[in-house]
Each structure stands twice: as structure tokens, then as C-alpha cells.
Write a protein that binds this ligand. Structure first.
Ligand SMILES: [Zn+2]
Length: 459
């Protein structure tokens, strides 16, 4: 994987480009291996390290500062992540497909081989009782049996339900085939007295006639108390009938058609891995952000800004990174600490820029010093003026240009020129807008400078 990536020099790619590359190249490379074997922890760690360094730094070797937790980055965009594939969970989802096939493809030759070696397959994977592998079992089989259980015990079986047909493939005692509990849980003493704990439903009850007929095989005679319990069990099943012409079926509960898909399985595992570190308000803002039709590098920038994960001087100091001279002051005003709120909203120079922006848009000036609130209020004001797919375009262009100017001052020794900054915001937002809408729009740069909301509102 590192070979494939070193041919792409990540440093020259934007964040958006890097994410695309990570998802296409990185995630598809080990797919063949991943779809059959459980990746060893050290391999996974190494792969994630490569992905992570590539995302944050563009290089592969050097250790990069990661600003957002990897689990977070792997979440879907609408849940505050960037949708980078989580290789560990994807590996589990791919392996689960084999588990599903073992349960469902009882006619296939390869399942015959497994059945010969390990016994009734659905029982191994779906019984409530824990199945432990033998020392001589193959590694593949052991991985398959335990897939994801260290991560979330019993998750696979809790997502599979059964539809009873002829009852020949569902374990009478150990599967949850009637209600939410297995009969071994409801009637533990009766279960312990059954001579065959692996009995299928069809071994115990039969309804070829209108009435259910029972066939029991007790190890020892039942006590009076147990006879009572047996009576309750039969009462519970009164009216139940098998369908002799249908096979028993298994349903994957996360899909409406009941069929397993790697996609739904992966999604489900991701949900359970959700680190919920994001506040609900920020999440609302982030969802709005991705609704905008913008270059992906701008999206990632906005995402980091809303999550408050940009390397401002205060943020760097928080992470123990010592800056040359130890100066944490804002480079624009040289008087206040440079944290996110100050740099993007509260700094005297920046709030003047926002005033100009609001005036340019013909909106009443409104300056809220907290990123996601500022973002939402701006979006709401634009919405009232009918700016649709580009609701936050100018907001992002403004913050983007502020950040660029700040970096040019620090890293290139440039001076602060606020008139140029305003022109730059107008130019770059026009450039993004016209680049996105192409020939669909007849407005000119002149129109843009005069009434940007009118141009936006046609989309
Ligand atoms: Zn300042």
C-alpha cells in the first residue's frame, strides 16, 4: 500500500483529493485478503497508520499530528465524519458475509464440507448458547465463529431472526424462534433434562394433523413441577404450526428484504462504534455544510472549522506544541490570543471584514463568535433570500481566505492587507460558484459583485 501511495505525492493533493485516494486505492488494495481472512491487529494498525498519515500530512513515513480521532473520520459525513473506510469494521463485515453464507447456503458443496467437519452450521453461529471452538479447528473457522465478538459480543446473532418453515433447521431449545427468548432460557430445567440438547423444532413437534403432536426424549423422568412447566410450554405453543412445504429461513434484520449485505452490516457496525464526541448543534451545522455543492477541500476545511479542529496558535499550545517565540497572539491584531473564535469572528479586523461581507450581501450584520452558530445564522439569513445549493459558499470563502491570509503572514512573512482580503473573498467565491454551475448560469462577475444573492438564488 505504501508503494502505491508514494507514487502519489500527497503533499500536492488537497484534503478532498486525499480522501478520495484513501478510499479508492487504500481500501481496495487489501480487499481480496480482507474478504476471506481476519486481518491481524498489527497489520490493521499499520494500514490505519498509513491512511492517517496520508490524510493529515500527505507523507507516509513521518508521524503526523492528527486533529480528529480516526474513528470519527471513519463515520459517514452525516454523522460528522469524512466517510473514510474503517478497515477493521469493513473486514468484519466482509467476514460476516461468510458467516451468513454458512447459515443460508445449506445446499452448497462447500457447506457440506464444513458441516462434516463442524456439525450443524446455523447452530454454531446463531444459538444463544456460546459455542467455543476446539483447539484443532482451523484458524479461518475460529475467526469466522468469533467474528467481531470481541468488539461487540453476540452482535451477529442478535441481527438475525428466523422464519420457521418445516422446523428442520432451527434448534428447538437454543434459537429464538418463538418470541424474544429461546426455550432454553425460558425453561432451563426442562432443557437440562432433554436427552438431545441439539434437537430441531421438527424433532419435538409435528403438526401433520390439525393437532400438534409432541415427541420428547427425556434423560430422566420429569418431576411434578417439571410436568407443570411442560404444560406451560405446550400452552405457549398452542395454535403454532409448522409449514412442511417451506424450508426454515433466516432474516438479516438490517435489510428490509431480509438478505445480508456487506454494506448494511458495515453500517451497523459503524453505528455501534460511534464515538459521539460531537455536540448535536455542531452536527446539525456539519450536515448543512455537506449540502453545499463545493470543492471537497473547502468542505474538509469547513468541517474542521465547525469541529474546532484547526491548528490555531492556542490549539497548538493545548497540544503541547511549542511555537517559535512562544507567541500565542493573533497575527492580525497582535493583542488577543489566537483561538478559533477570535481569529475567524471576534478579531477587530475580521469583524470589519464580516461587516463588509454582510453589506455586500445586503443582509443585516450579525456576528456570533461561535463557529457553528455563526455558520447557521449566516445560512438562515441567506436562505431567506433564496440561495440554495450554495447557501454557505460565501461564509466558507470568507473563513477560507482569512485562514489563508493568516498562514501567509505566519509562514511567508506577508503583510496583512484587508482590502485585498475582501477582494480575494469576492473573487474566490465567484470562482467556486461559476466553476460549479458552469454554463448553466448567465451571470457575470459584475453581477456577482453587485448582487451575489441574486446569482445564488437561481440554483
Ligand atoms: Zn486579532
Amino acid at each position: 500500500m505504501s508503494k502505491r501511495l508514494s507514487s502519489w505525492c500527497g503533499r500536492h493533493l488537497s484534503y478532498g483529493g486525499r480522501i478520495t485516494l484513501i478510499n479508492s486505492v487504500l481500501a481496495s488494495l487489501p480487499l481480496y485478503f480482507f474478504s476471506f481472512f481476519k486481518a491481524p491487529v498489527c497489520v490493521l494498525k499499520q494500514l490505519v497508520r498509513i491512511q492517517r498519515n496520508f490524510l493529515w500530512g500527505g507523507g507516509l513515513e513521518d508521524k503526523k499530528l492528527c486533529w480528529v480521532k480516526w474513528e470519527q473520520i471513519c463515520m459517514p459525513r452525516d454523522q460528522g465524519g469524512l466517510g473514510v473506510k474503517n478497515l477493521e469494521l469493513f473486514n468484519l463485515a466482509l467476514l460476516s458475509k461468510w458467516k451468513w453464507r454458512c447459515v443460508n447456503e445449506s445446499d452448497a458443496v462447500w457447506t457440506d464440507v464444513l458441516r462434516f467437519r463442524y456439525g450443524h452450521l446455523p447452530s454454531k453461529f446463531l444459538n444463544e448458547e456460546l459455542y467455543s471452538c476446539g483447539a484443532k479447528d482451523s484458524i479461518w473457522w475460529r475467526d469466522l465463529v468469533n467474528v467481531g465478538d470481541s468488539f461487540l459480543p453476540g452482535w451477529f446473532k442478535s441481527n438475525v431472526s428466523c422464519i420457521v418453515g418445516n422446523g428442520k433447521n432451527i434448534n428447538f431449545w437454543k434459537n429464538k424462534w418463538f418470541g424474544n427468548n429461546s426455550f432454553s432460557e425460558l425453561f432451563p430445567t426442562l432443557f437440562s433434562k432433554d436427552a438431545c440438547s441439539e434437537a430441531m423444532i421438527a424433532d419435538r413437534l409435528n403438526n401433520s394433523t390439525d393437532e400438534i403432536t409432541w415427541s420428547w426424549d427425556w434423560r430422566v423422568p420429569l418431576s411434578l413441577q417439571e410436568e407443570q412447566e411442560l404444560f406451560s410450554l405446550k400452552e405457549l405453543l398452542r395454535g403454532f404450526s409448522l409449514k412442511p412445504d417451506c424450508c426454515d429461513k433466516w432474516r438479516w434484520m438490517s435489510e428490509s428484504d431480509g438478505l445480508f449485505t456487506v454494506k448494511s452490516c458495515y453500517k451497523m457496525l459503524l453505528q455501534d462504534d460511534n464515538c459521539d464526541a460531537i455536540s448535536a448543534e455542531s452536527l446539525v451545522a456539519i450536515r448543512k455544510l455537506w449540502k453545499n455543492d463545493l470543492p471537497s477541500k473547502v468542505g474538509v476545511f469547513g468541517w474542521r472549522l465547525l469541529l474546532e479542529k484547526l491548528p490555531t496558535r492556542v490549539a497548538l499550545a493545548h497540544r503541547g506544541i511549542i511555537l517559535s517565540g512562544g507567541d500565542l497572539k493573533c497575527v492580525l491584531c497582535s493583542s488577543m490570543l489566537e483561538d478559533l473564535s477570535h481569529l475567524f469572528f471576534n478579531c477587530i479586523h475580521v469583524s470589519n471584514i464580516w461587516k463588509k461581507i454582510y453589506a455586500w450581501l445586503g443582509l443585516p450584520y450579525n456576528n456570533q463568535g461561535i463557529g457553528h452558530i455563526h455558520f447557521m445564522q449566516f445560512g438562515a439569513a441567506v436562505k431567506a433570500q433564496k440561495g440554495m445549493k450554495f447557501r454557505h459558499l460565501i461564509w466558507l470563502a470568507t473563513t477560507w481566505c482569512i485562514w489563508r491570509m493568516r498562514n501567509n503572514i505566519i509562514f511567508r512573512g506577508e503583510g496583512a492587507d484587508f482590502q485585498r482580503l475582501f477582494d480575494h473573498i469576492r473573487n474566490i467565491s465567484w470562482y467556486w460558484f461559476s466553476g460549479r454551475v458552469g454554463r448553466l448560469d448567465k451571470s457575470t462577475f459584475f453581477d456577482w459583485c453587485n448582487n451575489p444573492l441574486k446569482c445564488l438564488s437561481s440554483f
